[in-house]
Design a protein around this ligand. Structure first.
Ligand code: BT5
Length: 253
């Protein structure tokens, strides 16, 4: 049971002990459930990242949830909702734990350079309008052990804060911040607060990075984030480029 004091988001919550992936399941019910429905599970056995990658989702230790949203916006605006989620998770984690969570564009939250949260936004729709949008949020809360290949790059709130955190309290906080940001985007078209947070708490702005595109890599310096949510970088030959998706890794990390 959750005491969500939200207007629409999370009015209906579908809770599972175990599931393959909350995003995959959400797709199968999205057209039948109300806007704002949340699917969460204590464990995922087929948790997904982007591009078919895996998302480790052990039982009882994290927040593995998907928000089913039906905004009347064009599909190419969907990424903005992903930024809204990143800003909400970053702010929520900071308020509850006091830890210095940063947004690693486009969809990760990191603490001390390690990933504690990933966001997977999937859009279904036509040229002009989204039918639904699924925002999958995975947060490592009380995880201690990671698969060996993740040890170097992943962490949890427990590891960074050296104490256990109440998952319910985090969910309530994050969802209520998310709804506030989402409402002002949908009703007023404003992303002001979200962009301010993504810039203020950026893990990338001002850093030397490597941009990975397909098979090739290019060194760059991150200058900022545009109002559309693109990453603005300066390449080594001085050209300025706006990147709208993809992989960016901080050099030396
Ligand atoms: C993501 O993908 O970061 C998006 C993750 C979204 C997970 C949520 S959980 C609820 C919902 N249901 C789902 O099935 N998914 C969503 P990406 O940027 O592609 O990062 C994936 C990479 O992160 C993997 O290849 C690993 O290197 C790493 N990784 C896997 N599990 C991790 C974890 N628990 N913590 C940190 N890093 C992890």
């Amino acid at each position: 049971k959750f005491n969500l004091n939200t207007r629409e988001i999370g009015k209906e919550i579908k809770y599972f002990d175990t599931i393959d992936s909350t995003n995959t399941y959400s797709k199968t019910i999205a057209l039948e459930v109300p806007h704002g429905t949340i699917v969460m599970s204590d464990e995922q056995v087929g948790g997904r990242g982007r591009l078919g990658r895996n998302w480790s989702s052990p039982k009882g230790e994290g927040i593995w949830m998907s928000l089913i949203l039906k905004p009347g916006i064009p599909p190419n605006e969907g990424m903005k909702v992903s930024h809204i989620a990143a800003a909400a998770v970053c702010k929520g984690i900071r308020e509850i734990t006091g830890l210095e969570a940063l947004v690693k564009w486009p969809n990760d939250i990191v603490i001390n350079g390690k990933k504690v949260c990933g966001i997977l936004t999937e859009v279904a729709g036509e040229l002009n309008e989204i039918h639904y949008l699924i925002v999958g949020i995975g947060i490592n809360v009380n995880n201690i052990d990671f698969p060996t290949e993740l040890e170097e790059k992943a962490s949890s709130l427990l590891i960074e804060g050296k104490k256990k955190y109440d998952r319910k309290e985090l969910i309530v906080k994050i969802i209520s911040i998310f709804e506030k940001f989402y409402d002002s985007f949908i009703k007023e078209g404003s992303l002001e607060e979200v962009l301010r947070l993504c810039r203020q708490y950026s893990a990338l702005i001002g850093r030397e990075v490597v941009i990975i595109k397909g098979g090739s890599q290019e060194a760059a310096k991150v200058l900022g984030m545009t109002d559309e949510g693109f990453l603005e970088v300066e390449l080594s030959d001085g050209r300025i480029e706006h990147i709208f998706s993809g992989e960016v890794s901080v050099r030396g990390q």
